[in-house]
Design a protein around this ligand. Structure first.
Ligand code: SAH
Length: 250
C-alpha cells in the first residue's frame, strides 16, 4: 500500500495502532487491504510507523508496529508563513495544500488593512492539510492558526523574520536566507491581493523583519507565499531531511 495513513498519537499504544474510522474504511474499501499487509502510518506529530495489519473487521483495522521512525519527510528548518487572507477561498485552499507539500510548519492567516473581510472554512482547510500531509509523505501535520493581525504576528519568536515586498529596498530572498547561514526558524510575511500598505511594511521593518524580493514579476499572493517558502526550505539544503523508505524495504 503506497498511501500513508493517519492515526493520531492517542490511537497508538503498546506497539499497536487502531486506525480511526475514516482511515480504516479507506484501507478496507478503497485499497482492499488484508491481514498481513504492510502499511505506513503517520501520527501528524513526526511519528512514522511501518505497520502490519493484524486485525481487519468491518468497523476496525488494527495493526502491529514493525518499525518506528521520527521526522520522516520533515524539513530541518521550521518555517511559518503569515499570509493575507485571500478573497477567493479556493485560492487560499490551493495555497494551504501546496504549502504543506513544500514543508511549511505553520500557517498564520493575516488580517491586514487591505484584506477584504473574509472568513475561512477551518475544518475544510484542516482536511486539505491532512490529505496533503499523507500524499506527500510527511509525518507532521502543520498548524493552522486563527487569523492574526500583523501586530500580533510581530511578537512571534523566529530566528529570522522576512517580509515579501516588491520594493527597491528589498533584497533578493536567497541573499537574505544565505547571509544568515543555517537558521532553525523563519517567519515570512506575505501580503493579500492588494498588497501591504507602505505603513505596514514600515511597521514590519521596525519590528525587525527584512524586506525581501521574489524577483521582477509581481506575483499573486499565493504564488509569492509558495515561492518564498520553497526558497527557504531549499536553501536549508535538505541536510538532515529523511525521505520515506520505499515500501517493502526495511
Ligand atoms: N497589488 C499589490 C500586489 C500584491 S501581490 C501591489 O501592487 O503592490 C501580494 C503580495 O505578494 C505582496 O504584498 C507581497 O508580499 C508579495 N509579492 C508579490 N510579488 C512579489 C515580488 N516580486 N517580490 C516580493 N514580494 C512579492
Amino acid at each position: 500500500m503506497t498511501t500513508n495513513f493517519y492515526a493520531p498519537p492517542s490511537t497508538i499504544r503498546s506497539g499497536r495502532v487502531v486506525l480511526p474510522d475514516q482511515e480504516a474504511r479507506h484501507v478496507r474499501t478503497v485499497l482492499r487491504g488484508e491481514e498481513g499487509d504492510e502499511m505506513t502510518v503517520v501520527d501528524g506529530e513526526g511519528g512514522w510507523y511501518r505497520v502490519e495489519i493484524t486485525h481487519l473487521a468491518p468497523e476496525q483495522v488494527v495493526g502491529t508496529i514493525l518499525e518506528r521512525r521520527e521526522g520522516i519527510g520533515e524539513p530541518v528548518v521550521d518555517v511559518t508563513v503569515g499570509i493575507g487572507l485571500l478573497k477567493k477561498r479556493s485560492r487560499f485552499e490551493t495555497f494551504v495544500e501546496k504549502a504543506v507539500e513544500l514543508g511549511v510548519r505553520r500557517i498564520v492567516p493575516l488580517r491586514t488593512r487591505r484584506t477584504e473581510p473574509e472568513s475561512m472554512r477551518e475544518e475544510r482547510l484542516r482536511n486539505v492539510m491532512l490529505a496533503a500531509m499523507k500524499q506527500c509523505r510527511r509525518s507532521r501535520l502543520p498548524a493552522l492558526a486563527a487569523p492574526h493581525s500583523l501586530a500580533d504576528v510581530g511578537t512571534t519568536e523566529a530566528e529570522l523574520g522576512l517580509v515579501c515586498h516588491a520594493g527597491d529596498d528589498a533584497i533578493p530572498i536567497q541573499q537574505a536566507v544565505g547571509e544568515r547561514g543555517r537558521v532553525q526558524s523563519v517567519l515570512i510575511l506575505v501580503g493579500p491581493e492588494g498588497g501591504f500598505t507602505p505603513g505596514e511594511v514600515e511597521e514590519a521593518v521596525a519590528a525587525g523583519y527584512t524586506p525581501v524580493s521574489l524577483g521582477a514579476r509581481r506575483l499573486r499572493a499565493e504564488t509569492a507565499g509558495l515561492a518564498a517558502l520553497s526558497a527557504i526550505i531549499l536553501a536549508s539544503g535538505g541536510r538532515g531531511e529523511e525521505r520515506a523508505p520505499a515500501p517493502g524495504s526495511s
